[in-house]
Design a protein around this ligand. Structure first.
Ligand SMILES: NC(=O)c1ccc[n+]([C@@H]2O[C@H](COP(=O)([O-])OP(=O)(O)OC[C@H]3O[C@@H](n4cnc5c(N)ncnc54)[C@H](OP(=O)(O)O)[C@@H]3O)[C@@H](O)[C@H]2O)c1
Length: 374
């Protein structure tokens, strides 16, 4: 019963002024779905920028005033919908302690509450709508690996059975710095329980992406990993999450939203699949640990050899840290979307395409103006 198609009514997408949400609307609209694009504040510059772009797509209706912290604010948007793609989260562009007028002002509290309380509001609206068959939730690899990565053997392959909360002592798990991972783990549990409680009216499925990169559709989407790739192409150093070198585990946003759509359309009971109703999405092109200073930068150089490129700073030596070459320790785990490919038919493009698309669209939208080497 829960699978969806274009004939069963509109679908709603939350967080459409964001990177993934904007792409999610595009994916569904291009596949013939009527899409309700939920925006928090259509008058903010991000909201306006998003509305300008989304309005150019076919079959898209903008719904504004949808705030995770306002009970009932999704009621109008979800009415009559067959599915909800719940992509919005308090993070990235909006987790700065200032951009949540209804939040607490404390970043970690807002991230956690945006997940839990925000998703409870989404669930309550789904139950009231009485037409939704499936909720597709965007979680994160932060709910899968996280602190657990330090405890697994070399060559370990992450699967849908892994939870980042496994074996982590309470003090570390409950620490404010861990609020994002905690929010994602508990929100996955919340939606699964709510789906079961709906007694067959709707079910829930979760996608767990790593670092989401790919083409930028409109300027308001710039942030997080795509902004850092753009900075390197623009002869700047990264500035988030730190200026230092690190490994990137990329998933292309186009592959990710396609997998979301396929998860919505799959005529299966996701809960009975290996590891339950969740799908890991990472390791684009089979290259899952790309050193920013060498491999990511090298790919940019291959496509744009005339650009002057920025460089992350080497990690400073600290007592007790054996690494003295300024590089982070190489991750010894394997990242792959095996289950998503086998069960959903997800496809994963080469990561070179993803990185090239970030740079090309950053230039096209005027986000960066690369300098040519002398
Ligand atoms: N980026 C990554 O690499 C990554 C990795 C793993 C998982 N994820 C997950 O993927 C999803 C999308 O991430 P993203 O990077 O695409 O995010 P993003 O670009 O930062 O967009 C976040 C979206 O959520 C909306 N939002 C924020 N606070 C809200 C509120 N109180 N009520 C309603 N909407 C609100 C934002 O709207 P405003 O414009 O109004 O602020 C924006 O549309 C999130 O669930 C995130 O946890 C992301």
């Amino acid at each position: 019963m829960p699978a969806i198609d274009q004939t069963l009514g509109p679908v709603a997408v939350t967080g459409c002024s964001g990177f993934t949400g904007g792409h999610m609307v595009r994916e569904m609209a291009l596949h013939g779905y009527q899409v309700r694009a939920c925006i928090r504040d259509a008058n903010s510059w991000r909201g306006q920028d998003a509305v300008n772009y989304l309005s150019s797509l076919p079959h898209v209706e903008i719904r504004e005033g949808c705030d995770l912290f306002i009970e009932g604010s999704y009621d109008d948007a979800f009415e009559g919908c067959s599915a909800v793609f719940h992509v919005a989260a308090v993070l990235g562009n909006s987790a700065d302690g200032k951009s949540q007028p209804l939040g607490s002002g404390d970043v970690s509290t807002d991230i956690y509450d945006g997940g839990l309380k925000g998703t409870q509001n989404v669930i309550d609206t789904i139950n009231r709508a009485n037409s939704v068959r499936r909720l597709v939730y965007t979680s994160s690899m932060a709910a899968v690996s996280g602190r657990k990565a330090a405890t697994v053997d070399a060559g370990y392959v992450w699967t849908e059975k892994d939870w980042s909360s496994d074996g982590v002592e309470a003090q570390r798990w409950l620490h404010p710095a861990n609020s994002y991972a905690r929010s994602k783990v508990e929100t996955e549990q919340l939606i699964n329980q709510a789906g079961v409680a709906s007694e067959g009216r709707w079910d829930a499925v979760t996608m767990c992406p790593a670092m989401i990169c790919g083409p930028i559709l409109f300027k308001a989407q710039v942030g997080q990993w795509i902004e850092q790739i753009g900075r390197i192409a623009n002869n700047e150093s990264p500035n988030w999450p730190s200026p230092y070198d690190m490994y990137y585990n990329i998933i292309d946003v186009r592959d990710l939203v396609k997998a979301h759509r396929l998860a919505g359309e799959a005529d299966i009971d996701h809960a009975t699949t290996q590891g339950g109703a969740r799908y890991l999405m990472h390791g684009s092109g089979g290259r899952s640990s790309l050193l920013f200073s060498e491999e990511v930068r090298g790919i940019i150089h291959d496509f744009f050899p005339s650009f002057q490129l920025g460089l992350p700073q080497p990690i400073p030596n600290r007592e007790g840290v054996p690494d003295s070459d300024g590089k982070p320790p190489k991750p010894h785990v394997i990242n792959d979307c095996k289950k998503a490919k086998e069960v959903l038919g997800a496809t994963i493009r080469p990561v070179d395409d993803t990185i090239r698309a970030v740079v090309e669209t950053s230039i096209e939208l005027g986000v960066i103006e690369p300098k040519l080497a002398a």
